[in-house]
Design a protein around this ligand. Structure first.
Ligand SMILES: NC(=O)c1ccc[n+]([C@@H]2O[C@H](COP(=O)([O-])OP(=O)(O)OC[C@H]3O[C@@H](n4cnc5c(N)ncnc54)[C@H](O)[C@@H]3O)[C@@H](O)[C@H]2O)c1
Length: 182
């Protein structure tokens, strides 16, 4: 399938496993250069190696999305290696909370927001200046902020608020922002 993404650059969090890995392989198959950002370095390296062995462009970068300094470093490294960032996929996720609300652990709840909501905010904040520099929205290039979530995930509403904020920012207006819930 040709989605017209060849030559674009994607920064994908949680890219070492599961759906983030699937995003990475799919984008690479479309000719997108991919930064495989994950807290789990061996997983990230394995995905990057698979893409490079298949003739694509990718590198692994250690990135805990709940640490804004690490996110900034990883995004800056991506811009240095690939010259730009066109696509952001916010996919990194803390272990999914299950069970009745009265049984939920306070720490697990905090982790959920620290990683899934604040992490998404840090990533959008880090890529927005790069997209603004390249006048996203005004020349109709691709800019995608994305977070996948399972239906009913407690953090999903929070991230939708962060992504909604993007739309009120003149500099990134026109970037395509999607929050995906399954
Ligand atoms: N698994 C499902 O059934 C399902 C269904 C629909 C949507 N989703 C959503 O898809 C996304 C990915 O789910 P998955 O099942 O592929 O997850 P997964 O557990 O398979 O992968 C999550 C990845 O995120 C990484 N990660 C965890 N904490 C991180 C952090 N602080 N910084 C950077 N990376 C970190 C992990 O190392 C791992 O590679 C989530 O947003 C989830 O809510 C999952």
């Amino acid at each position: 399938m040709d989605l017209g993404l060849s030559g674009k650059v994607a920064f994908i969090t949680g890219a070492g496993h599961g759906i983030g890995k699937a995003f990475s392989l799919a984008f690479a198959g479309e000719g997108v250069a991919v930064a495989i950002a994950d807290i789990n370095v061996p997983w990230a390296e394995a995905v990057a190696a698979e893409i490079v062995q298949g003739g694509g462009r990718a590198f692994a970068v250690e990135c805990d999305v709940s640490d804004s300094a690490q996110v900034n470093d990883a995004v800056q490294r991506t811009a240095r290696e690939f010259g730009q960032v066109d696509i952001l996929v916010n996919d990194a996720v803390s272990p999914i909370l299950t069970g009745a609300i009265e049984e939920l652990d306070d720490e697990a709840w905090d982790d959920n927001f620290r990683i899934n909501v604040k992490g998404g905010f840090y990533c959008i904040k880090a890529v927005a200046p790069l997209m603004k520099e390249r006048r996203y929205g005004q020349d109709r290039q691709h800019g995608v902020g994305r977070r996948t979530s399972r239906r009913g995930d407690s953090d999903f509403g929070g991230l939708c608020c962060v992504e909604g904020r993007d739309h009120r920012d003149d500099g990134v207006r026109g970037a395509r922002v999607r929050a995906v819930q399954h």
